[in-house]
Design a protein around this ligand. Structure first.
Ligand SMILES: *Cc1c(COP(=O)(O)O)cnc(C)c1O
Length: 423
C-alpha cells in the first residue's frame, strides 16, 4: 500500500467526526458508485434526517392549518428563534445578534440601508477587487441610490502585481490613505475565488480606527471557519446557508447585527411587520417599533418549509462543533495540498493560489490550471470527482470536514496524477 493511502486511512480511522458522513446523501454515478464531492463550498450535501423536520412542518400545516402559527409544537410565529442557538454558535454571537431571514443579497441591501450612511466627504465604500458579482451589483446600486458615481465612490483593493491574493497591510494602508472618505468597508471572510481568509478582526479594527463601519459577506466563511463576530466588534455580517451550512438550494440566509445597535432607533432601516415589536405585532397598529437586536431588521414571516430543513442542518453543525470541524478541516486541506504537490511535484501543470498558511484559508483550495485548460476539469468530472471550474482557469476543491474523508482526497490524488501523466 502506498504511504499516502496508508496515511489517509489512518487519519480517517482516528477522525472523531467520521460518523457524520453516513448522515448525508453522497451523490452516486449511474452504476451507483459514490462520487467524490468537493463542491460543498457551492452547495452542501443533503442531511438525510432533514426531511424529518420538513415532514413535521408539512404535517403541522396539514392538521393545524392557520392555527399552526400559534399552536405547539414549534409555533411558526417564533420558528426563526429555533435557529438562533446554532447560528450564534457558528458565528460567535449572542442569540439576539443573529437572525435567519431572506437571502444573502437582500440582506446585504438591508444592512447597507442601515450601515452605509454617506455624508459630506465620507461617502466611499472600500471593497476587494473581483468581489462576487452579486455584491458588486448591490454595492454599485446602493452608491447610485445615494446619488454617487460608482467609479468615484467605490475603492477597490487589488493584490500586488504578480500575486493572486490580498495583502492585509495593503487593505489597511488603503483605508488610511482615504481615511476621511470611507464610510463603509466591506469584505468577505473567505474569498470565493481564491479561498483566502481575510482577517475579520484586523479589518474591523482598522475600519473603526478611521471612523468607518465594517461589514462582511460570510457566504464562504460560515460553517467553514470558527468566528467571534461579537468579540471582534463587527458592525454587521450577512450569509447564505446553502454552502457550508448544508441547508439546501436557496434556503434562508442570515444576518449579524452587533449588540451595540440592538436598541438603536436612529439607524435608518427598511422595515416590515416581522421586525416590529412582537408583543404588538398583531395589533396591526401604525408606527414601527423595532424588535431588540437583529430581529428588528426582519421584514416578513419566515419560510417555514425552508427553515425546517435549515434547522436540522444547523443543529448538526452545532453538534459537531465549529472548533472540531476546523481542526479536521486544517488536516484535510493540508493533506489535499500535499497530495496535489505529490501529483505535480514540479508545479508544471497546476498552481495553488490559495495561501499555504492554514490561518489564511478555510477548507477550499483553488488551483490555476497552467497547461491543460478546461480539459483537466472535464477529465476529473468523468472520473467521478465533483469540483468546480471558474473562468478563466481555476478549479476549486473544497473538502468538507463534516462529510469528506482523507481517503477521498487520496483518490482525488490518484486520478489527478494519472490524468496529468497523459499530457
Ligand atoms: C454565494 C454567494 C452569494 C449568493 O447570494 P444569494 O443572494 O444567496 O443568491 C453572494 N455573495 C457571495 C460572496 C457568495 O459567495
Amino acid at each position: 500500500m502506498s504511504e499516502l493511502l496508508d496515511t489517509a486511512l489512518q487519519l480517517d480511522q482516528n477522525d472523531p467526526l467520521k460518523r457524520y458522513r453516513e448522515q448525508f446523501y453522497i451523490p452516486v454515478d449511474v452504476q451507483g458508485k459514490a462520487k467524490i464531492y468537493f463542491c460543498g463550498n457551492s452547495l452542501g450535501l443533503q442531511p438525510k434526517e432533514a426531511t424529518r423536520y420538513l415532514q413535521e412542518s408539512l404535517d403541522k400545516w396539514q392538521s393545524q392549518v392557520v392555527e399552526g402559527h400559534f399552536e405547539e409544537p414549534d409555533p411558526w410565529v417564533s420558528y426563526h428563534k429555533l435557529l438562533k442557538a446554532p447560528l450564534a454558535h457558528i458565528t460567535g454571537a449572542h442569540e439576539h445578534e443573529v437572525v435567519a431571514m431572506n437571502n444573502l443579497t437582500t440582506n446585504l441591501h438591508l444592512m447597507m440601508v442601515s450601515f452605509y450612511r454617506p455624508s459630506g466627504q465620507r461617502y466611499k465604500i472600500l471593497l476587494e477587487s473581483g468581489a462576487f458579482p452579486s455584491d458588486q451589483y448591490a454595492v454599485e446600486s446602493q452608491v447610485r441610490f445615494h446619488g454617487y458615481d460608482p467609479e468615484d465612490a467605490i475603492i477597490e483593493v487589488k493584490p500586488q502585481p504578480g500575486q493572486e491574493t490580498l495583502c492585509i497591510d495593503d487593505i489597511v494602508a488603503t483605508m488610511q490613505k482615504h481615511q476621511e472618505k470611507i464610510a463603509l468597508v466591506l469584505f468577505p471572510g473567505v474569498q470565493y475565488y481564491t479561498g483566502q481568509y481575510i482577517d475579520i478582526q484586523k479589518i474591523t479594527e482598522a475600519a473603526h480606527q478611521i471612523g468607518a463601519k465594517a461589514g462582511f459577506d460570510l457566504a464562504h466563511t460560515v460553517g467553514n471557519i470558527p468566528l467571534q463576530l461579537h468579540d471582534w466588534n463587527v458592525d454587521f455580517a450577512v450569509w447564505c446557508t446553502y454552502k457550508y451550512l448544508n441547508s439546501g438550494p436557496g434556503n434562508n440566509g442570515g444576518v449579524f447585527v452587533h449588540e451595540r445597535y440592538a436598541n438603536d432607533t436612529s439607524l435608518p432601516r427598511f422595515s416590515g411587520w416581522w421586525g416590529h415589536d412582537e408583543k404588538e405585532r398583531f395589533q396591526m397598529k401604525k408606527g414601527f417599533k423595532p424588535m431588540y437586536g437583529a430581529d428588528g431588521w426582519q421584514l416578513s414571516n419566515v419560510n417555514i418549509l425552508s427553515a425546517s430543513v435549515q434547522r436540522y442542518a444547523l443543529e448538526m453543525i452545532a453538534r459537531a462543533g465549529m472548533e472540531n470541524l476546523r481542526k479536521k478541516s486544517i488536516q484535510l486541506t493540508g493533506f489535499l495540498q500535499s497530495c496535489i504537490h505529490e501529483a505535480d511535484p514540479e508545479g508544471q501543470h497546476v498552481k495553488i493560489i490559495t495561501p499555504t498558511n492554514p490561518e489564511e484559508r478555510g477548507c477550499q483550495l483553488s488551483m490555476f490550471v497552467l497547461k491543460e485548460d478546461k480539459k483537466l476539469f472535464q477529465k476529473l468530472t468523468e472520473a467521478g470527482i465533483m469540483v468546480d471550474w471558474r473562468e478563466p482557469n481555476v478549479i476549486r476543491i473544497a473538502p468538507n470536514p463534516l462529510y469528506n474523508t482523507f481517503e477521498e482526497v487520496y483518490h482525488f490524488y490518484e486520478i489527478l496524477k494519472t490524468t496529468l501523466h497523459v499530457y
